[in-house]
Design a protein around this ligand. Structure first.
Ligand SMILES: Cc1cc2nc3c(=O)[nH]c(=O)nc-3n(C[C@H](O)[C@H](O)[C@H](O)COP(=O)(O)OP(=O)(O)OC[C@H]3O[C@@H](n4cnc5c(N)ncnc54)[C@H](O)[C@@H]3O)c2cc1C
Length: 422
């Protein structure tokens, strides 16, 4: 039976897509969908936040359609009761639902806090020095429009900025801050940038692209503490080094928001565990987007969130009650000004063929023009690809990988010709 009242916890990218698709598929008046969002905004495209920081977009340009669903902005859901099919908000409002969709997203990992200073341990008389905390002013994350607004306000107060974390978000944020006239350092723990998606060669091209716009890249350095009083003045590294800065952006990763699900007794591992129907362990409760864990994977990407939202919308609207989500391919696309990166599938060559078959690589690198291309092949199948600089062929490669089709006899064509498959 099609549920009539659907409550969605979270009013982010997955929620908006779900509501829009479900209402488009359902008959008039069949569904009554309410999005409860903690942020004081209607849903918006979070993936464009660095564009807001760069001054390229105003906040209103980011709005996402919801197909006419009711949006309760500034309404944090504090409790859900799957047995009674009710929820409660921070303002004390209670609501009943037929189906509940958790779309609470992911939150940034916390800042490194200083280890207790020696003076903090009790001395011989049992006296303690006042407890120290990590500084708060000048320390930022970039996950919401409010974060982007706070960071934008702080930029004119700083000359030096440090971005901690050299994944896609850290790389993009460093580039934008350099473009806003700050002297920027990008600090990354691993030996090379974007190490979850890039090999050392591709990362070197990204590094050179950042250095060309004035960003200093420090790899293999782990930040252990933020220094300063009320406002940040520097960072401490695990190797004992220190680094002075006026502003810090933490881009150290995210973790799924699962508090509500845990409190309600749902099965949670890294994320809220869902099956191929996006159902959680509680009847009538579903989860999609960055908070959901499907087949052991939390995707943390908009494309996967949308694919999950589409399947759930097809099911709950009654349009395709048998629709199933079979997972999303690994894919990363970064368009950071002149810096273009695409990583498809097993782009670092970490996986092994189940049958022990070797992985072959096809490789084109042009350091002068900042281009790096690599295909990883097992037999006649593409298991991964990396493109930096020149993204010619990305559409064909994505299609070949997703459909698991045999590659052409000369796979180099895929790297040099757009539309080689036609
Ligand atoms: C700067 C940035 C750039 C990105 N770039 C890309 C990119 O290029 N490509 C890509 O694929 N992905 C990108 N992402 C990731 C992408 O934004 C996420 O995968 C996507 O937003 C996931 O959608 P979601 O709805 O699951 O979570 P979100 O969009 O984060 O929405 C979750 C919402 O739920 C709200 N919420 C949480 N708990 C509650 C509660 N108890 N009650 C009410 N509301 C609650 C949160 O406040 C939030 O508004 C980027 C993310 C950031 C931050």
């Amino acid at each position: 039976m099609t549920p009539r009242r659907i409550a969605v916890v979270g009013a982010g990218m997955a929620a908006a897509r779900f509501a829009h698709q479900a209402l488009a598929l359902a008959g008039p008046g069949e569904l009554d969908i309410t999005l409860y969002g903690r942020e004081p905004h209607a849903p918006y495209n979070r993936a464009l936040l660095t564009g807001v920081l760069a001054g390229r977009y105003g906040a209103t340009a980011l709005g996402l359609p919801t197909g006419g669903a009711a949006v309760r902005a500034g309404a944090e859901v504090t409790d859900i009761d799957p047995a009674a099919r009710t929820l409660r908000t921070a303002t004390g409002e209670a609501a009943r639902y037929d189906a509940l969709v958790l779309a609470t997203g992911a939150g940034p990992l916390p800042a490194p806090v200083p280890p207790p200073p020696a003076a903090d341990r009790p001395d011989a008389d049992g006296h303690r020095a006042p407890e120290r905390h990590a500084p708060r002013r000048g320390v930022h994350v970039l996950r919401s429009l409010a974060d982007a607004a706070r960071l934008t306000e702080d930029v004119p107060l700083a000359r030096r900025a440090t971005v901690v974390g050299g994944g896609a978000l850290g790389v993009d944020a460093a580039r934008v801050l350099a473009g806003r006239g700050l002297r920027v350092h990008l600090v990354h723990r691993a030996p090379h940038l974007m190490d979850r998606h890039l090999d050392a060669g591709a990362a070197a091209v990204v590094r050179r692209g950042l250095e060309a716009v004035g960003v200093t890249v420090l790899t293999g350095r782990e930040v252990t503490a933020l220094l300063g009083g009320a406002r940040v003045t520097g960072l401490a590294f695990a190797d004992g080094g220190r680094h002075a800065t006026d502003l810090v952006v933490l881009a150290c990763g995210v973790r799924p928001r699962t508090r509500l699900a845990r409190a309600a007794g749902l099965t949670v591992r890294d994320g809220v565990v869902v099956d191929d129907t996006l159902a959680t362990s509680a009847p009538g409760v579903y989860a999609i987007g960055d908070c959901a864990e499907h087949r052991g994977v939390v995707h943390g990407r908009a494309e996967a969130a949308w694919a999950q939202a589409d399947v759930l919308a097809a099911r709950l609207s009654g349009a395709r009650p048998g629709a199933r989500y079979a997972g999303s391919p690994r894919f990363l696309r970064l368009s950071a000004g002149g810096l273009q990166v695409a990583a498809i599938g097993d782009s670092t060559g970490d996986s092994t063929g189940g049958d022990g078959s070797p992985t072959d690589t096809v490789h084109l690198a042009d350091a002068t023009r900042g281009s790096y291309k690599k295909l990883l092949l097992r037999g006649d199948r593409l298991v991964g690809a990396l493109l930096v600089g020149d993204l010619t062929g990305v559409a064909d490669l994505t299609a070949v990988h997703e459909r698991s089709e045999p590659v052409p006899r000369d796979p180099l064509h895929l790297l040099t010709t757009e539309g080689a498959l036609q």
